[in-house]
Design a protein around this ligand. Sequence first.
Ligand SMILES: [Zn+2]
Length: 339
Amino acid sequence: MTEDAFEILEGQRALDPLTAVLRKETIPHALLFTGMEGIGKRTAALALAMACNCEAPAGGPRDSLLSVARCGCRSCRKIRSDHHPDIHRVAPSGAYIKIDQIRRMCRSLALKPYEARIRVAILAGAQHMNPEAANALLKMLEEPPDRTVLILTAVQAADLLPTIVSRCRTVRFSPLPKSRVREILIRRYGLPPEEAASLAELKSGIDISENGMGPKEWARWRAGILHICADLSDPEHPRPPGMLLAFAEKLSKHRDILSDSLDIIKTWLRDLMVCRYAPDKLINRDCGPILQNLSRKMTVQSLLSKIDAVGAAQKALVSNANPRLTLEVLVLRLSRSEL
Ligand SMILES: [Zn+2]
């Protein structure tokens, strides 16, 4: 991770309680960082690992989770580049964090640290632990290893076993302001301002996870979906069923971002509605002219029923309906010119 990646933490209130425990040297055995994806939970966990093990003298960068990001000491450099033997990182492999991953972590934590003052194990996306993995972790939390801090990250505490949550000190991370998301997307990822603004409306964070899409890939994915939406929305040019089903298949193949994809479609329909009355309130501002043109051809009634169709598909997917079928129904409903 580069030093720049830590800028996501600027202004994050969740750092206050962490800095306080750091200064008092009263770091709990287990911490749970909660909040939306992409708002810096894992980055903060790394910063904490660096601050706990920084070799700079007291009163230096180690007193602040923001300044430690730029510390050049040996330990901080090792942690930043993921080469420190005592900093363990576990993330879902596939859909779940599996029991083998937790066992492997517990085995290394049972040994003495190699060089760290305080070892840190970061369990990212802890809501993806399967029940066996969660139980193995629970055993470890009951008898925490020496000189070790375990940091779990999750979207919300309610997604974890209450017995795990009660053994952790929870720290809530706030979403990033849209203006910051926009600014980071432009400066660090080189997105054009209009596109960055649209993305910032959709996302409250910058997803830099190893498994997930980076902002650039995400921007490309969004552009692809909007392009097809524009195609489907034109009542004067109905599309052949084969093309519609291919779109459904494309969406269903990307299960990990399916809910984001449906959100993108929803913003498109919402914009078609809004652009007649308040063109300055568009989410997909970079598509303004296309939206204006299409919205003149569609009735409010038809737009409302399409928005309903997306809502129904989202509901069905949450209750484990077959994704492919659900999406096929959705796409067919979206393509009907009048309902
Ligand atoms: Zn350092």
